[in-house]
Write a protein that binds this ligand. Structure first.
Ligand code: ATP
Ligand code: MN
Length: 479
């Protein structure tokens, strides 16, 4: 019987003593042949197990090593030592799985995140990753709670698609053909008619277009699933496989879109503060240590908890792309040519350095930029009356840059068709998308939020590869 085990979080949360329980977990440390620090993943706090000297034979004691899995029964008693209120006085100790202390890669000391990334199959056993993945779970749960409470329908958009949703990025091809010997046409090109789906297919880069179809009947929907981009970006903010949350709302405009995105981000952060406080406190302390390695002027002005509280208690700054360009142009960084990409004219795409300047230096809070030039945005974004800009919005967060990309969608069939022609988007392939504009079209809006970027923000972690269990990035698909 394994389900009689008590979780350590629960044990430590109650201070009732003098009753017998069973716990199971992994040894973090074993001192003086007497004290085991046992962790079972329910919390970073270890349960102290006390072995009475002489009660257990040497052969067993030798097998209690860092990393070993144990089943322990005993009595919960008040602790005499400092550091914990209660401890478990062991009656029986069973080794469920040995761990060769010489070979176990996780020693009871601090390991670098880079090293832990190489042993991602074992890094769950560290405090940092325990906290990160408990928070990841909690945020996923909060996302469903938020939308469910608002009456949204959770929509499962397809993972395999035949459309490049928006030209959002390079795609991974999906094929069942023998790559060594694919079916060919007479002219030597690949004959996709013979492939599994009878046409070229790929892994989705976004579920938005499908979400729009559903919103045009269900009203408010959201997707939350994996998306894939074969872009060769070796940055700390890009993954080849990442999870995206994409709400799509019928009868909504850009302002509704911004309002719900801001409310959503604040809700998620507050959820973490309310439900994951011990893990956040741990990560906040970790961040303070990490920041000590940095030069003074690069350290953040706020601690993690302070930053999260600041975000939920203050309005995001909202301004137009045009206003942002003016601010950037006038900045000393631009004048002294310190930006890698100088801002010389209206119409240029903003780079991460510009986004971070606006958020971290100029406004010192999250920023929502709206009304971007249509040339740098997707075909489906609603055109503004000025003929130059579209009703797009990006939310930029401190330390992260872009966290949300959204827009009001173009619901006017003639305007949409004209724009697709200009941008060489094949209208015949997207007939199903255009049908929603032919039969009862309605104003609607939505956004995409990268789940891992949100987790980065909440946990204060700095590399996106450390907030997804098994990161996929160029030249890496290990585990
Ligand atoms: P960026 O400019 O940072 O590459 P993007 O403009 O390509 O982002 P969108 O296509 O608007 O991003 O995707 C919506 C959201 O998905 C982004 O705001 C971001 O949070 C997230 N995102 C985009 N690309 C990635 C990626 N490669 N890895 C992780 N998250 C991503
Ligand atoms: Mn991108």
């Amino acid at each position: 019987m394994f389900n009689k085990r008590k979780r350590i979080k629960e044990v430590l949360g109650s201070e009732i003593t003098n009753h017998t329980i069973t716990v199971m977990g992994w040894v973090r440390t074993f001192r003086n042949n007497q004290f085991i620090a046992l962790n079972d993943g329910s919390t970073n706090a270890n349960l102290q197990i006390v072995l009475t000297l002489g009660q257990f034979d040497d052969a067993l004691l030798k097998r209690i090593t860092t990393g070993a899995a144990l089943k322990i029964s005993g009595e919960i008693v008040s602790s005499l030592g400092k550091g914990q209120k209660i401890e478990l006085k062991a009656d029986s100790v069973e080794v469920l799985g040995d761990s060769d202390a010489e070979k176990f890669p996780l020693q009871p000391k601090k390991h670098s995140l880079e090293f832990l990334r190489e042993i991602a199959h074992l890094r769950f056993r560290t405090n940092t990753f325990g906290s990160v993945f408990r928070i990841r779970h909690s945020l996923a749960f909060a996302i469903h709670q938020f939308f469910h409470d608002k009456g949204f329908v959770y929509l499962h958009s397809p993972i395999i698609t035949a459309s490049d949703a928006e030209g959002a990025g390079e795609m991974f091809h999906v094929t069942a053909m023998d790559l060594e010997n694919p079916e060919k046409n007479e002219d030597g090109t690949i004959n996709y008619k013979e492939d599994f789906f009878g046409k070229p297919t790929n892994l989705t880069v976004s579920g938005q277009l499908e979400a729009e179809l559903a919103a045009m009947s269900l009203g408010d929907v959201y997707t939350f699933g994996p998306t894939f981009r074969a872009e060769n970006s070796n940055t700390a903010r890009h993954l080849a496989e990442f999870w995206m949350i994409e709400p799509e709302m019928a009868f909504s405009d850009l302002e509704d879109d911004m309002n719900i995105a801001e409310e959503f981000i604040k809700y998620i952060i507050k959820y973490a503060l309310d439900h994951n406080r011990d893990d956040l406190d741990f990560l906040a302390a970790r961040l303070v240590e990490e920041e000590k390695q940095k030069p003074q002027q690069e350290r953040s002005e706020m601690g993690l908890i302070e930053k999260l509280e600041f975000v939920i208690n203050n309005d995001f700054e909202r301004l137009t792309y045009t206003e942002a360009i003016e601010i950037l142009k006038a900045s000393t960084l631009n004048k002294k040519k310190k930006f890698q990409y100088l801002i010389d004219q209206w119409g240029v795409d903003l780079q991460s350095e510009h986004e971070r300047y606006l958020v971290e230096k100029h406004f010192k809070k999250p920023v929502i930029l709206i009304n971007y030039p249509k040339e740098i945005k997707s075909f489906y974004m609603r055109q503004n009356d000025d003929g130059k800009t579209v009703a797009a919005m990006d939310i930029l967060a401190p330390g992260i840059g872009e966290i949300v990309g959204g827009s009001q969608r173009e619901e006017r069939l003639d305007v949409l068709e004209k724009r697709m022609k200009e941008m060489k988007i094949p209208a015949d392939e997207l007939y199903w998308y255009l049908d929603t504009r032919k039969f009862g079209t309605a104003p609607h809006a939505g956004f995409g939020l990268g789940f891992e970027r949100l987790i980065l923000f909440v946990t204060g972690m700095t590399n996106i590869r450390d907030v997804i269990p098994f990161p996929r990035f160029p030249k890496n698909a290990e585990f």
